[in-house]
Design a protein around this ligand. Sequence first.
Ligand code: E4P
Length: 220
Amino acid sequence: MKFFLDTGNVEEIKRVKRLGLVDGVTTNPSLIAKEKRPFKEIIQEICKEISGPVSAEVVGVRAADMVREAHELARWADNVVIKLPMTEDGLEATYKLSQEGIKTNVTLIFTVAQGLMAAKAGATYISPFVGRLDDTGIEGLKLIRDLRTVLDHYNFPAEIITASVRNILHVQDAALAGAHIATIPGSLFPSLWKHPLTDIGIEKFLKDWTQVPGGLSLDG
Ligand code: E4P
């Protein structure tokens, strides 16, 4: 399973990249706005840090505007992926860009039908939002399981990016459901490797080790 970082913060990317855990990055207009820096500068810095796909989202509403923006974003770096909203215009733009060989990520997917439409229009990635679905009382992870089944039925090449990830269960269950990717906020990453029993275990081992005469000699 691939892990993307869901952030516009370059320092956060550098921190997690050090652990070999970042295969790509997703951004959205809200994440970019938090950084208070120009969009182009942020995306180009991220693309220098990460050689994998980096999603940059269009803000146009009409298909022609989305395509125009996409052409500009695609010039910023070779690994930019164009993120488009799941609307009729978004589908039209996705189809056009896929015909041109430009990679796309269709975002804000909340139903199997939407995911199917995006895959059919030629999306490289589809992004179902599990956390925001959970917020409405609908199990977000079920959408991941169902989408994986549908993509496999018809051999669509689109990859599922599990998005709006809020907790460890979202990541674990997305992996069990066969999601190709989970995009994870930087703040959530430590909870994926930390466990209180691990910490208690280390503490006990280190305490017991003080009873070993001579400890560990690294001098041979
Ligand atoms: C995905 O690409 C989005 O950027 C993101 O996962 C949205 O997450 P949120 O629902 O926590 O804002």
